[in-house]
Design a protein around this ligand. Sequence first.
Ligand code: ADP
Ligand code: ASP
Ligand code: MG
Length: 495
Amino acid sequence: MAEMRRVTMKFGGTSMMEMPTIAQILQEARASGEQVIAVVSALAGVTDALERSLAAAAKGERWLYLTECGRLRDRHLELAQSLITDAESLEPLLLELNERCDAYLQICDAVHILGEATPRIQASAISYGERLSAPILAALLCQNGWRARAISTNGGDDPTSQAPLIQTDGEYLNANPLWSSTESQLKKTVLPLLEEGITPILTGFIGATAAGHTTTLGRGGSDFSAAIVARCCNCQELIVWTDVDGVMSVDPRLDDRAQLLEMISYSEVSQLAYLGARVLHPRTVQPVVEANIPTRVCNTFRPEGRGTLILPESEPPKTAIRAVTSIVHVAMVTVSGRGMQGVPGIVGRAFLAAAKTGTSILMISQSSSEQNFCFLVNEESGDRAKRAVEAEFAAEMARGDVEHVQLDDDVAIVTVVGAGMQHTPGVAGQIFTVLGQARINVLSISQGSSECSISFVVKEGELARAVRAIHDLVLAVNGREGTRTPDLTDVNRAL
Ligand code: ADP
Ligand code: ASP
Ligand code: MG
């Protein structure tokens, strides 16, 4: 018998609010002869609420966290009651949901007593969103006459699985998968279910260490979970079902003229994701590139659309720039001084000093005169990074070789993405001409070494205008009507 096509489908938070639609999508895939592994997010807003109530518990705000926990419980129980009509299936489901809500409340109570939540406790607490949503979807599928099973990938809630399905290191809130144990555990658990005709509904976002402590893959990490599952279970395709038509030329929440990109390369989409486009978690790309798994991003609410297909670059792209993205809540640390010119190691020392404070650097730029350089970090790390750099250069500052270490915390990073930039001279010049015409002051510029992206920093107050101005250019390059295939002539005309 020919082997069945195997697909991993990931459903995001807004999609999970419409479980009957998800059931229909899964049904159609099954009817077309596919084996589907579902990876699911928490219901929209739940992970934020879990974070909020845990923070309230740590601050001693008992009434606040009790109210929030009560709301979460009601929300899940009401959803289960509205979807599951058969009393025999509903009862064990409600019991399970109540048990998980009790466990979460116990964590909040403990944190309330202790007055703090360590990263390990935080990870365990925010894992409950997925552990509450997955059983509801599984119960709905079973009610529809399927065989489906919810499995928590931290190994925690499933009596048949002791070891975590996604085993990670101990970086609790941004964990890294341990590939070999994850692969063997996923294969051992998931593949036999598929063979038996049971649809596995796996929790996204969460894993556990070898010792069984729950970890998370970072906020928005369910996409990454799905990529891990697709790779480890040898899937032929990964489909990320979300609440927009696919990867678009700009975040549609920022500009309603956003256009769907029907095809995008792995390198373009990873630049977009790393530099702010929330549609895909930045770490999703690596596992699917390595295993060469075609990936699609589709709209749960318009499943008939083709979505965006993410593929390796097969030929030079026809258009130079394809999308614009941005990151807010960042801070820029600028180090300047005439005495830095030609002195080796200055930049390295600054980055190391920042790194030692646990700060991660989002973007770097150095003037060719070597008289100043700057780096961008998350807003909350800005002050810490500035102080660390000042301490590192205390002697140079006393001598006057380093004159200032300046912090700007009302800035934003805008990135223009397009693999075709490598083949099209003059794109950067034109981007900055457009910005100049819009009278937007650019504070710093950096070009990715792959020449697939150009990032620049503007004042936060000018961000919306900057994104719109660049998006105008993207639309012009790509053909505003989208009726013909744009080529390099369009690029030149638009520029
Ligand atoms: P999910 O819960 O399905 O994972 P997310 O909220 O994490 O959904 O990601 C989808 C959101 O990403 C969209 O609603 C959209 O606002 C945002 N987004 C940001 N940039 C882009 C882009 N370039 N294309 C599409 N969506 C984008
Ligand atoms: N529920 C998690 C979050 O909100 C993971 C995800 O949805 O991808 O961050
Ligand atoms: Mg997401």
